[in-house]
Design a protein around this ligand. Sequence first.
Ligand SMILES: O=C(O)c1cc(=O)[nH]c(=O)n1[C@@H]1O[C@H](COP(=O)(O)O)[C@@H](O)[C@H]1O
Length: 237
Amino acid sequence: MTNDKIIVALDVPDLESAIALVDKLESVSFWKVGLELFTSTGPRILEILKSRQKRIFLDLKFHDIPNTVAGACRSAARYGVDLLTIHATSGRDALNAATQAAQEGATQAGVKPPKLIAITLLTSISTRQLAFDLKIPLELPEFALEMALMAKESGLDGAVCSPQEVSQLRQNCGDEFLLVCPGVRPTWAEKGDQKRSLTPSQAIQAGANYLVIGRPITAAAEPELAWKRISEELTTK
Ligand SMILES: O=C(O)c1cc(=O)[nH]c(=O)n1[C@@H]1O[C@H](COP(=O)(O)O)[C@@H](O)[C@H]1O
């Protein structure tokens, strides 16, 4: 069974483990390559996924000054990936520069530009941490919405948010804005470090375009079974 709304996080330390997982989960069509794996393998993993006709979310969560994030987005866009992330808290100038640079990089390489999506607030941050550690005086849903709106105004294609904010972001950002939700957990899975989760079907019903799921599938004793179970839960609800 395939389910193209689920992006599976390939959070493993090396190429060998990544290939083993991709081969095991043959029906997964969309994979996320994040900081751990890309730091270890570089673009090699992207070539392997492409050779297997997989879609790719390159989740490098750029967060820097405008000139630096623009350079990083220009370089990353040359790989011809489907989705690319930048932190909204890099600021409006950085988001504008990143949008333009991603287009330039893709054009130079003759590939389709990636959808550039902004991290609003990491799903591992709780209401309490936002207020007490980060000293942000806004309510958490309001902060996430402000970050998404700034991203939209800066020309980004979408945002990453927790399932708990997705319905509010969908109402305020419109139907065309991509909303990607990590931190989803089936009722039978451990929450781990995720603080603002809902189940996969609740997140889709609330308006998410894509779900990013890692450990409930990849750390399961039988990843194929966990993937199948989540896919079935989504198609039957
Ligand atoms: O950009 C992301 O994908 C992301 C943003 C966010 O706010 N929270 C978040 O968990 N993620 C990623 O989503 C994946 C979640 O993995 P699990 O918690 O194992 O399902 C990880 O690869 C995270 O890097």
